[in-house]
Design a protein around this ligand. Structure first.
Ligand code: CA2
Length: 150
């Protein structure tokens, strides 16, 4: 980790991800968002990082969290949920803070409906992880730590 990089990572989850583990297990698996949080904390702790974990169903809350992260975290792992496919505002917030962002999707969005194939977030993301299940969040945390240690 470089000298001035905070040893903290923000993990952000968008709309409906609070329902993880309660339905559609064939798409999203059986793990809950609490399980995801624990996986992220364990992956981060291995490298001496802390996790700030947030889920919101509200676009503005996610945007505020991205703004507040500036200078406070090494980067952001984000699963923007369906805002991925709709939100220019979220993409603008990400470009605005100039932090490395890893976009994660639990499912392989490219094997699903056409409306899930386009992401407003991908052009402003440093890396994109899709279809790895909840392990995608672990890979996202590890990738951010890798980027921060260059
Ligand atoms: O695959 C992903 O992680 C998604 O970001 C999940 C979003 C979906 O809109 C994206 O296209 C792909 C949906 C999140 C809803 O999560 C639920 C989980 C369990 C039960 C119901 C919804």
């Amino acid at each position: 980790m470089s000298e001035n990089t905070p040893a903290r990572i923000l993990v952000l989850n968008g709309p409906n991800l609070n329902l993880l583990g309660t339905r559609e297990p064939e798409i999203y698996g059986h793990e809950t968002l609490k399980d995801v949080e624990e996986l992220c904390r364990a992956a981060a702790a291995q490298a001496g990082y802390e996790i700030e974990f947030l889920q919101s169903n509200h676009e503005g809350v996610l945007i505020d969290a991205i703004h507040a992260a500036r200078g406070q975290v090494a980067g952001i792992v984000v699963n923007p949920g369906a805002f991925t496919h709709t939100s220019i505002a979220l993409a603008d917030a990400i470009s605005g803070v100039q932090l490395p962002v890893i976009e994660v999707h639990i499912s392989n969005v490219h094997r699903r409906e056409a409306f899930r194939h386009h992401s407003y977030i991908s052009p402003v993301a440093a890396s994109i992880i899709v279809g790895a299940g909840v392990n995608g969040y672990v890979l996202g945390v590890q990738q951010l730590i890798h980027l921060a240690s260059r």
